[in-house]
Ligand binder design. Structure first.
Ligand SMILES: Cc1cc2nc3c(=O)[nH]c(=O)nc-3n(C[C@H](O)[C@H](O)[C@H](O)COP(=O)(O)OP(=O)(O)OC[C@H]3O[C@@H](n4cnc5c(N)ncnc54)[C@H](O)[C@@H]3O)c2cc1C
Length: 466
């Protein structure tokens, strides 16, 4: 229980709001996009600037309180119980350098704001399926972009960052300054500090073709078979993915599709209508589409490719990296999640990896390899369902059962952004290769020896010899 003097000390050290559980601002300051996660910290700080973040961390460290961070709550995979929660959503600085082709963003900036500023300049960043997601949380988790096969993971293209480590120090790090910390923060999630600012590369935008095709779920086997044959014919600047959707009767679902079981092919391509149409032709012929939105697209409509929900929802998720999508893998997936199964999941998604995702751009230029996993995997399997009565228990059980059933086809690892609820240390370690995990444990011992940053997808350091 915090004393009034403690709260006073925090309030006077920062310029942003400080809220306690019984105050009216507490709910808004702690609310997460994942509405199933209701955080219960001892106190929340709405940081107004990097100084507030540093002051908050120092304040918590002096009192032995753990520290959590949240901007949007898209990644609120577990509840923050006790301690200090730092809300970064007010850190909205955003600068684009069209000559250097870089963006510099504060920790509260979402991808949509980056695109609104960069697309008119003919530049885009490596965002994921929803531009409502925060740039920093996404990128620290590796950041699997819509155009990943063309450019690689978002974390591969970070130029520098400003970070407050567990000692409260504000550091500017890059490949030349604290190189190991800089490498491990890119993919290592929030293990080593709280990022207040991130600088990353942008890419030139030419023609863009994208959208989705929705097919009847009854044709899932046919479509998955065609998808498997079609993938090797695509260039790396085409990024497809496919999902089985059990669509709820909810407003975010287009009216004719509500309540239906469908297959959703998503397609993003850096090219012309003519080339896009020609690449997509085999998949257009495979079954009778219920909806086909693919075509030349304004890049600012990029969210229409995946059609992720824009408003908060209660959900739980799980993910695995697959070695292949061969006949047996596809058959097992359909047996577990297809039409005849009792699968209650809203989304069963397959994202092809490979292309530039398989290569570490920075390690090729002589820098230390970053902490992104999955370079050796062929596909990401991602499962998501509602975490609310009456389906919550069935959804959690189904995620477990599908992951267990698909284990023979999996690498044994995950991408941290698609890991779902963090379990015990062994479970959390699955988000990194053993070599990276050992580097991370050593760095955790140096940068956060007291394990101040211990919420969510975090690890513990190497025990000291004494
Ligand atoms: C609809 C939807 C679509 C998604 N699509 C993709 C996708 O295509 N590709 C992909 O890779 N991921 C995707 N994700 C996963 C997403 O990238 C992660 O959930 C990510 O953590 C979200 O970051 P956030 O800051 O928005 O979320 P938050 O919940 O605010 O943060 C999540 C975590 O990120 C870390 N973090 C956030 N800010 C900081 C900071 N300033 N310093 C240090 N650590 C910090 C913390 O560990 C925090 O707990 C998606 C998620 C959703 C809900």
């Amino acid at each position: 229980m915090l004393a009034i003097d403690d709260i006073h000390a925090l309030s006077t050290a920062v310029s942003g709001p400080v809220a306690l559980p019984d105050s009216p601002e507490f709910t808004a300051e702690t609310a997460a996009f994942n509405a199933a996660t209701v955080h219960r910290p001892d106190v929340v700080l709405g940081a107004a600037n990097a100084h507030d973040v540093a002051a908050g961390v120092k304040w918590a460290a002096a009192r032995g309180l753990p520290v959590a961070v949240q901007s949007t709550g898209h990644g609120a995979d577990s509840v923050v119980e006790g301690g200090l929660l730092i809300n970064t959503r007010r850190l909205q600085d955003l600068q684009i350098d069209p000559v250097e082709r870089t963006a510099r963003v504060g920790a509260g900036v979402k991808w949509r704001s980056v695109l609104e500023a960069s697309v008119p300049l003919g530049l885009v960043g490596l965002h994921g399926s929803s531009t409502d997601v925060g740039v920093v949380g996404y990128t620290l988790g590796g950041g699997l972009p819509v155009m990943g096969r063309a450019h690689g993971f978002a974390a591969d293209h970070v130029r520098s960052m400003e970070v407050v480590t567990a000692d409260g120090a504000l550091r500017r790090i890059n490949a030349g300054a604290e190189a190991e910390l800089f490498a491990l923060m890119r993919g290592g999630k929030g293990n080593f500090g709280i990022v207040t600012e991130l600088e990353f590369s942008l890419f030139p935008l030419g023609d863009f073709y994208g959208g989705g095709i929705i097919y009847p779920g009854a044709d899932a086997a046919l479509i998955l078979a065609a998808f498997r044959k079609w993938l090797p014919t695509l260039p790396d600047d085409a990024s497809p993915s496919i999902s089985l959707l059990r669509l709820p009767e909810m407003e975010f679902v287009p009216a004719p599709l509500r309540g239906q079981f469908v297959v959703h092919l998503r397609f993003a391509f850096l090219g012309t209508r003519e080339d896009g149409d020609s690449l997509l032709a085999p998949m257009r012929a495979v079954s009778r589409p219920l909806m086909d939105t693919a075509g030349p697209m304004s890049y600012l409509d990029v969210d229409q490719i995946h059609m992720d929900p824009a408003d908060p929802l209660p959900f739980t998720a799980g993910g695995a990296l697959l070695k292949d999508l061969g006949e047996e893998t596809a058959a097992d997936l359909l047996k577990l999640t297809g039409e005849g199964s009792d699968c209650p999941l809203l989304l069963v998604e397959i994202r092809p990896l490979g292309g530039a995702l398989a290569r570490s751009a920075l390690s090729q230029s002589g820098e230390l390899p970053d902490a992104v996993s999955g370079r050796d995997a062929a596909f990401l399997l991602f499962l998501l369902g509602f975490k609310m009565p009456p389906v919550a228990e069935a959804v959690t059980a189904s995620i477990r059962a599908v992951l267990a059933g698909m284990a023979p086809h999996a690498t044994g690892y995950t991408l941290v952004n698609f890991h779902g609820e963090p379990g015990d240390e062994t479970d959390r370690a699955r988000a990194w290769s053993p070599a990276v995990y050992e580097r991370m444990r050593a760095a955790k011992s140096s940068y956060d020896p007291g394990n101040l940053l211990r919420f969510g997808h975090t690890i513990t350091g190497v025990p000291s010899a004494t």
